[in-house]
Design a binder for this molecule. Structure first.
Ligand code: FAD
Ligand code: SIN
Length: 529
């Protein structure tokens, strides 16, 4: 039995571990190598209102505008007010963010920010933050890190989470019993065929929390980053929005800068709008869309973006001179496991922080570079809450946000779609990812969503049955598929339910935002602590 179990080892997990220094035993399980996860790939930076022309209220306004009317304002207020303190703490701990001639951190601008507020370490900000946090966690004598340990389920006793089951390298399912468990398992980009996310990002935390009865919300909102490398045979490497912040432009095959025709804000409009504009322009012209840095000094480009330059070079392209073919790819899931402002979920004993959590800060669309900040701020808050709850042996989920949500039941239409479904047991991970990309991607409609649900539902039921069968444990591929199916199904169900377009969720059959019917959030699972 351990005091605190942390599942994951990205920014949220690490910052929580720091908050738990000296507070009893901490066991950290992580699925792959400890540094593998979205954090290590983060490029553009971390947003915080530290500039002279900036303020938390300005950061709040930008975040709410990007979130398209669905952010939890209390959570955003915490994020922007506490963000500068936690970012300064990283600087004090030695984070080597780029600095200007005045010695102050240099601030970049990305889509939908009204001022420069993104601290960065060239184009490898996540790696630098991870390095910094590991220097704090590694010496902690109460923290034990267990790599290559995949959490596959939560132990629920009575009404309470009592730890997790995991599969270690020997392939055996083992129990890690704990008084308090933090899910910090990151994102779910792998649910889609085209994604910027690494292979570990399969949404496991959402799947296992939902199976254990915790509430999840906002899953219809999946962010598609507009500019992932789009070349046959090449990985969908991210081309950071910071490139456009420095003057890179989107052009079509004829070399025309097209964004202004789609959006008055142009190249730096919120991601959802830029992604849809790129897809429409590619469809209109029948040709790829490109990023060009032709107006920038090549020496600056290579020095400022060394990682991206190198990735382009490996693909046979010169970032500074060539037209770089790009297209949208699944990047970030705004929804996740519902938490209060201190990381408590609706299942007593279970906390969540980082991309797996749904604090409500992102609403329908995340503002660029707010995710690292969320992991940092809410990772610290979750760790502090675990510590405080342990000291008083208490649990008090603040249901204020959750009470503003609607609980999704099974709609009649979903039922019909399911009845029309075939036995989906044969569907494997790649087929699920294809299906999600085609039917539950950038553009959605009721017909495609019902089709997706009809294919996913029988597979979900088969997976649930299989998980009960202790005689036939799943292998690594099986666990991966189980997560993709569970999360894909939840995304598709929420997307069908939301009959409007808002933020990253775009319905061809309901193209307008509908504040009368839909200024509310969709939750599945248990409500209240
Ligand atoms: P992660 O860093 O993804 O960590 C999750 C951890 O959980 C990993 O260690 C993983 O192995 C582990 N794990 C997963 N499942 C299990 C399991 N079943 N059992 C045990 N362990 C498990 N955001 C920004 O704010 N700014 C940026 O510039 C930026 N750039 C990005 C660029 C790329 C290419 C990508 C993919 C994302 C980017 N993001 C950016 C988003 C941001 O990086 C992530 O949202 C954030 O790092 C998530 O942190 P996390 O701690 O929640 O999860
Ligand atoms: C990027 O660098 O474009 C990614 C930033 C983010 O996801 O916030």
């Amino acid at each position: 039995m351990t005091d605190h179990l942390i599942i994951g080892s990205g920014i949220a997990a690490l910052r929580a571990a720091v908050a738990l220094a000296g507070a009893g035993d901490v066991l950290m399980l992580t699925k792959a190598e400890p540094r593998e996860g979205n954090t290590g790939y983060a490029q553009g930076g971390i947003a915080a209102a530290i500039g002279r022309d900036d303020s938390p209220s300005r950061h709040l306004a930008d975040t709410l505008a990007a979130g398209d009317g669905l952010c939890d304002e209390r959570a955003v207020a915490v994020l922007v007010a506490e963000g500068p303190r936690y970012v300064r703490e990283l600087l004090a701990w030695g984070a080597a963010f780029d600095r200007g001639a005045d010695g102050q951190p240099s601030l970049a601008i990305e889509g939908a920010h009204s001022v420069r507020r993104v601290l960065h370490a060239h184009d490898a900000t996540g790696r630098e933050i991870g390095r910094t946090l590991w220097t704090r966690v590694a010496p902690l004598r109460n923290v034990l890190v267990h790599p290559h340990a995949r959490a596959v389920g939560l132990i629920v006793e009575g009404d309470r989470c009592a730890g997790a089951r995991y599969v270690a390298e020997d392939g055996l399912v083992t129990s890690a019993r704990a008084n308090r468990t933090l899910l910090a398992t990151g994102g779910a980009g792998q649910v889609y065929r085209e994604t910027t996310n690494p292979p570990v990002a399969t949404g496991d935390g959402i799947a296992i929390a939902y199976r254990a009865g915790a509430a999840v919300a906002d899953l219809e909102f999946v962010q598609f980053h507009p500019t992932a490398l789009n070349m046959p045979g090449q990985p969908r490497f991210l081309l950071s929005e910071a490139l456009r912040g420095e003057g890179a432009r989107l052009v079509n095959g004829a070399g025309d800068a097209f964004m202004a025709r789609y959006d008055p804000v142009g190249d730096l409009a919120p991601r959802d709008r830029v992604s849809r504009a790129i897809a429409r322009e590619a469809e209109r012209t029948g040709a790829p869309v490109f990023l060009t840095l032709d107006r920038l000094d090549p020496a600056f480009v290579h020095a400022r973006f060394p990682l991206i330059s190198e990735a382009c070079r490996r693909a046979g392209l010169d970032l500074a001179r060539d037209l770089i073919p790009i297209g949208p790819a699944a990047h970030y899931v705004m929804g996740g496991v519902v938490t209060d402002l201190d990381g408590r979920t609706t299942l007593p004993g279970l906390y969540a922080a980082g991309e797996v959590a749904c604090t409500g800060v992102h609403g329908a669309n995340r503002l660029a570079s707010n995710s690292l900040l969320e992991g940092l701020v809410f990772g610290a808050r979750a760790g502090a809450a675990m510590r405080a709850d342990a000291a008083r042996d208490g649990w008090a989920f603040d249901a204020t946000s959750a009470s503003a949500m609607e609980t999704a039941g099974e709609s009649e239409r979903e039922g019909r779609g399911r009845a029309a479904g075939t036995a989906g047991e044969a569907l494997h991970a790649d087929a699920v990812r294809d299906l999600m990309w085609q039917l539950v991607g950038l553009f959605r409609d009721a017909r495609g969503l019902r089709d997706a649900i009809a294919q996913l539902e029988p597979l979900w039921r088969a997976t649930c049955a299989r998980l009960q069968d202790e005689a036939a444990p799943l292998d690594a591929d099986g666990w991966r598929t189980a997560s993709l199916v569970a999360v894909g199904r939840l995304i598709a169900r929420a997307a069908l339910r939301r009959e409007e377009s808002r933020g990253a969720h775009y319905r061809l059959d309901f193209p307008e935002r509908d504040d009368v019917a839909w200024k509310r959030r969709i939750m599945e699972g248990r409500h209240g602590g």
